[in-house]
Design a protein around this ligand. Structure first.
Ligand code: ATP
Length: 319
């Protein structure tokens, strides 16, 4: 039915090489790395195989060029990526705290990423696409939300499917309408990929309600598959028929956790769209997330199917 499409921010990421609280003192940093949650997702989907396409915007600068080159190399259709001559590529600065939490400084909506607009090139990609993956990071931006809604409606109308990763970052929740947009997208989604409390936010229930109650609410809303990401505890796929299929995580030493969820999602969606059963898709997705955290940089560890097969054969699984 056409490529898997992701719309949203393409960023250059600069990572602090020491842990600490934020950026209130000079810290050594390394980068730029190609980044942006939607870009990481689609890069991993492209590496798995099956058609993948990206809609986004970069500046006419090296931060933009490094991103486009990476996506092209990994088989992603970049015809929907606009090079904006007037604004720089967006940036994300990340520093880890000793407890593993992260502080971000984003320059996203005031960069080329925030000036994204519906063009003929975007229309052409959306007309071809068979699946749209929506990232919660874009819910805070009016124009990009409108583009996403339009693309989702087009793709659904021709029998395509939608996946949603809530990926709710407190730094990006500026717009007061974020909550109602999120609820609308949950209502359109076929597949949901939550982590942490996002399952409960999507179901609009408190965590005390429990996972099964939240899943029941989501299935009532029309969601057909929920892949719950559990970090080092792997992932569980829940289906409306009551099946709960768990995939154990792989034993790795975490170097840089950013991008694990996006690589998990890109691999999971690509594998399911290639017709793989849930258990096999979970194995590839857990491997993609785990492999990625062993590399510094948000998408440096995204793996091809061959790389993931090697990783799966050579890495122990946690119980
Ligand atoms: P992020 O927002 O940081 O990109 P997320 O919260 O959406 O991530 P996680 O559950 O942290 O998602 O990670 C996604 C998947 O990646 C997990 O389900 C697991 O398969 C894998 N993963 C992440 N961290 C680890 C780890 N430390 N060890 C093994 N596997 C991991």
């Amino acid at each position: 039915l056409g490529p898997t499409l992701c719309i949203g921010e393409i960023l250059a990421e600069i990572v602090a090489t020491t842990t600490g609280n934020g950026f209130l003192e000079p810290v050594p940093m390394i980068g730029p790395y190609p980044s942006g949650a939607p870009a990481i997702f689609i890069d991993q989907a492209g590496r798995i195989g099956g058609a993948a396409a990206m809609v986004g915007a970069v500046g006419d600068d090296d931060f933009g060029r490094v991103n486009i080159a990476r996506l092209k190399r990994d088989g992603v259709d970049v015809s929907g990526i606009h090079t904006d001559p007037t604004l720089p590529t967006g940036t994300a600065f990340v520093r880890y705290r000793p407890d593993g939490a992260r502080d971000f400084v984003f320059n996203m909506w005031t960069s080329a990423a925030g000036a994204l607009a519906w063009t003929d090139a975007v229309d052409a990609v959306c007309t071809r696409a068979g699946h749209l993956h929506v990232m919660g990071t874009l819910l805070g931006h009016q124009t990009i939300w409108e583009m996403t809604e339009r693309a989702a409606t087009m793709i659904k109308a021709r029998g395509g499917t939608i996946s949603l990763d809530p990926n709710l970052r407190k730094e990006l929740r500026g717009d007061p309408q974020t909550g109602s947009r999120f609820a609308q997208m949950v209502g359109m989604a076929d597949l949901l990929l939550p982590s942490g409390d996002e399952l409960y936010l999507a179901a609009d229930l408190p965590p005390e309600a429990g996972e099964e109650a939240a899943l029941a609410r989501l299935f009532d809303l029309g969601v057909k598959e929920v892949a719950i990401k559990r970090g080092a505890d792997g992932a569980t796929c829940a289906l409306p028929d009551g099946s709960r299929i768990h995939g154990a995580a792989f034993a790795v030493t975490e170097l840089d956790p950013t991008g694990a969820g996006d690589c998990f999602g890109g691999a999971y969606v690509a594998c399911r769209r290639l017709g793989m059963p849930v258990q096999q898709a979970l194995t590839y997705a857990n491997a993609a997330g785990a492999r990625n955290v062993t590399f510094r940089g948000p998408m440096e560890g995204a793996g091809t199917r061959t790389e993931l097969n090697d990783f799966i054969s050579n890495t122990k699984r946690l119980a």
